[in-house]
Design a protein around this ligand. Sequence first.
Ligand code: SAH
Length: 462
Amino acid sequence: MNRTLPVTKNDYIDVVFEDLTHDGAGVAKVDGYPLFVPNGLPGEKAKVKVIKVNKSYGIGRLIELYEKSPYRVEIEQQDLHKYGGCQLEHISYEGQLKYKENQVRQVLTRIGKLEDVVIHPILGMDSPWRYRNKAQVPVGEKDGKLIAGFFKPRSHEIVDTNESLIQIKEVNEAVNAVKEICSQHSIPAYQEETHKGVLRHIMARYGKQTGELMVVLITRTAELPHKNKLVDEIVARLPHVKSIVHNVNSKRTNVILGEKTTVLWGNEVIYDYIGNVKFAISALSFYQVNPDQTRVLYEKALEYADLNEKETVIDAYCGIGTISLFLAQKARKVFGVEVVSEAIEDAKRNAKLNGINNAEFAAGEAEVVIPKWYKEGNAADVMVVDPPRKGCDEALLQTIIEMRPKKVVYVSCNPATLARDLRILEDGGYKTVEVQPVDMFPQTTHVECVSKIALKEEAGAQ
Ligand code: SAH
């Protein structure tokens, strides 16, 4: 069968890369047959080895670069590039931004068939390193010492990493300190294969605006040996620490956190601000990992919602109420909906913390709760959605089309599902007015967008 294809496994061939895939691999065409080669950049000439051939595409390995792209840079941290999800680390930041912006443009045209939509230049960071406020690293053992870092893909082997260049300095310091302290007290690492041992993961989260640090020790056993000594030493070593938490996860699972959490020292939560809204963050809460760019994103969402204190807003997929509370400052009333009930409890607590009393939160699926509200006669003037990667449920989109809010603000972490959903809204009487990509995750292939969508008659009148 392979004889009909232009390449055969183990061939060495010379190619020129034309494009990048959505996960950052170079794309070369051999007589129209696409070959995906990790590490290749558009414009580069290279020798590649064909390592896999499928019917409609092949996979290659880069053997030698004949001509380098002007966007290629030295890789700062090989481990992070290979195992830590920093697939774009070999591209200059300017090149990364260009790649992400192009990707949004291509997908909106190809999948969304949105020909005349305004896509603004992506908003990047001044410095695209040390932005992550959280780390959760698996723990293992080597030569009688604890190690912690990344899993090698498709294996249980941990690569020990003391420094991750995308994490805030305080987060790295916290992980390293806890690793060393636990190692000195001979806390056994958890072993996946045998389901024995104690320490599974170390997690650290840092409130960038407040300087408050939380450390979480995740163990298989309910018992944490030398608990008091560990706590004393962590407190002595990490001046920012405000909370030390013990989480027990006794299951055989890839899920990191278990259900049982006890505070070993300090507060149950740390605090942080996005803009002027204060958030209490507990060990189990979802909280955006790039606080600087989150603020950029939410400010854009607020601008696109264009509120004047008279509107009723529904914030679907609201998490711990971050966007809802941001909008509540300019709206008459905000209703947030989220499927995780603990997050709804956090959202309510965060509203109180900020003295915001025009925001209400309900736990449930957006595609169930919002249609029900609508049937009961409740409608929104502005709808905000921030769904997970799979995009909005069709039932929610249909309710939006029937409810006809003046404006929809769509925050998306996946351009492909954004494009699909924008097409549905366009066919239902809406117009995508503008799209603003925001780089929330430099060095990775992820791209976030916020879109302003208006009823066609309103968009025309603008
Ligand atoms: N807007 C929040 C969270 C966005 S992440 C923020 O900016 O922080 C997407 C959220 O959608 C998650 O909290 C997830 O739990 C929630 N979610 C997933 N499926 C859902 C559904 N069907 N209905 C409501 N919420 C859902």
